[in-house]
Design a protein around this ligand. Structure first.
Ligand SMILES: [Zn+2]
Length: 342
């Protein structure tokens, strides 16, 4: 029988790796939060490298404009509107059948984030918005889980590894969360695939150091890269004695918020997500029969799609809906109530 680690031979020969490191990776669990461009590159690296267990979380489905960057998806996924977590898990199982993959089609919010990260040895940031990143920061600090932040816009990206209690947390590094709508998005500023690939590679490499207990080799910096100009910068990060509300005072305001708003405007497109709280289970086939008279309806194993009033509704089994064709939360809530039910 072929040694199951044979496939990792080019990695095991690296200085400081060997079979022991490979066995360590096989025993580790990593949560990848967000399976868009960053997340799909990161999850691909982790699966190929033989990390034993991956937890994937994403709320969205594959669309054509994802294909230039989101390395795990293909045209069939976009055509069939497959949820990213499902399409990613399917592809990753084809890449490495030795590892365990757990996929969650879910909105990462104050209700769900702790369940997704608990038990992970490491969390890697594949999110596309600051709300999720600040929430991840609180969840990881609260539970003492190392995580690596990453973000990309245009040809430019940032990353930093965060070890709760040892390094500054995201709140220490970037200050209070920027108000929604105050920052440029991928829709307004664009995003270049190779910039994502570089940040994902840096995030994953810092992740390997954490998983392999080689924390002394972490960069301990906020790394900034512009792949077009070729500028690489590193600003050393040191935990100041301070009064960070998250990592010093352990106030987890986002985690403990009263469920926040039920709607969120999605990064990069004219669409609003409406999520009922608490989540509920929807019988999509029954809903489809009810909606048939109102417009064209399609259902697959994961979601229902309806065209009505010039909008496209994508409804998931957990009751969430993404309504495309509006960026007005109150209109989205009204449409949700009208078609799916309050
Ligand atoms: Zn902090």
């Amino acid at each position: 029988m072929v040694d199951r680690f044979e496939r990792y031979s080019r990695q095991m020969v690296l200085p400081g790796w060997g079979r022991a490191a490979q066995e360590r990776l096989a025993g580790r669990s990593v949560a990848v939060i967000g399976c868009g461009a960053l997340g799909s590159h990161i999850a691909g690296h982790l699966a190929r490298a033989g990390v034993g267990r991956l937890v994937l979380a994403d709320r969205d489905f594959v669309e054509w404009h994802n294909l230039p960057r989101q390395s795990l998806y293909d045209e069939a996924d976009a055509r069939d509107g497959i949820p990213k977590a499902v399409a990613a898990a399917r592809r990753l199982r084809q890449i490495n059948s030795q590892i365990e993959i757990e996929e969650h089609v879910v909105d990462v919010n104050a209700d769900t984030v702790e369940g997704l990260v608990k038990g992970a040895d490491l969390v890697l940031d594949g999110a596309d918005n600051f709300e999720v990143r600040y929430l991840l920061n609180e969840a990881c600090v609260k539970h003492g889980i190392p995580w690596v932040y990453g973000g990309v816009l245009g040809t430019y990206g940032l990353t930093a590894a965060i070890l709760p209690g040892e390094t500054p947390c995201l709140r220490c590094l970037l200050g209070p969360m920027p108000p929604p709508g105050s920052m440029p998005t991928c829709e307004t500023a664009g995003v270049l695939g190779p910039a994502v690939a570089v940040i994902a590679a840096l995030e994953t490499t810092e992740g390997f150091k954490i998983l392999l207990d080689r924390k002394e080799e972490l960069l301990r910096s906020l790394v900034m890269v512009d792949i077009w100009s070729g500028d690489f910068e590193r600003a050393e990060t040191r935990k100041a004695k301070g009064s960070c509300p998250v990592c010093d005072e352990r106030r987890f305001e986002m985690l403990e918020a009263e469920q926040g708003s039920m709607t969120s405007v999605l990064c990069g497109r004219s669409a609003v997500q409406v999520s009922p709280r608490p989540a509920r289970s929807l019988e999509l086939e029954t809903l489809a029969r009810r909606l048939e008279e109102l417009g064209p309806v399609e259902v697959n194993d994961y979601l229902l799609r309806l065209q009505a009033e010039g909008k496209e509704f994508t409804v998931f089994r957990d009751g969430r809906a993404i309504i495309k064709g509006t960026d007005d939360p109150s209109q989205a809530r009204a449409l949700y109530a009208r078609y799916i039910g309050a």
